[in-house]
Design a protein around this ligand. Structure first.
Ligand SMILES: [Zn+2]
Ligand SMILES: [Zn+2]
Length: 141
């Protein structure tokens, strides 16, 4: 699971700060990890040797930050067991038998509660996910 997230995460790190992002594949919301400062941020390497050390340090710290960001993301994102997409907690339903993303739950006509606990809002389907849109039979009261 964390591996999936790690691979899906985008890297928006800068020279002084490590930061990662992840898009919900259902609603498209972008999540950013909390930034982690590079320990040598603002320090200028004075020699070629130091530069090499900094570069290695940077790579190492970035890998650690990526690990941490993935752990953070796994609190918010879930992988749908049916379609395999990574979706945010607003697009993931806790259902009786199997937890699903909202799109799959709808397609399979399974009911569940949104992880984020929000009342289900009118969904907007991104164009590329418009495999199955049905407007009939929406039994909202
Ligand atoms: Zn979402
Ligand atoms: Zn799904």
């Amino acid at each position: 699971m964390k591996q999936v997230i790690k691979e899906a995460m985008g890297d928006c790190s800068t020279i002084g700060e490590f930061r990662f992002l992840l898009h919900c594949q259902e609603c498209g919301r972008t999540w950013h990890s909390s930034p982690v400062r590079f320990s040598k941020a603002g320090t200028k390497p004075e020699t070629e040797g130091m530069r090499a050390v900094f570069r290695t340090l940077y790579e190492r710290e970035r890998a650690a930050a990526r690990e941490k960001a993935a752990a953070e993301a796994s609190e918010i994102f879930s992988q749908c067991p049916v379609c395999g997409r990574l979706v945010c907690d607003r697009c993931f339903l806790i259902c009786e038998d199997l937890d699903l993303c909202t799109a799959c739950a709808e397609a399979l006509q399974v009911r569940g509660d949104v992880v984020a606990g929000e009342a289900s809002s009118p969904r907007e389907f991104p164009a590329e996910a418009a495999g199955r849109i049905s407007t009939e039979g929406d039994e909202t009261t």
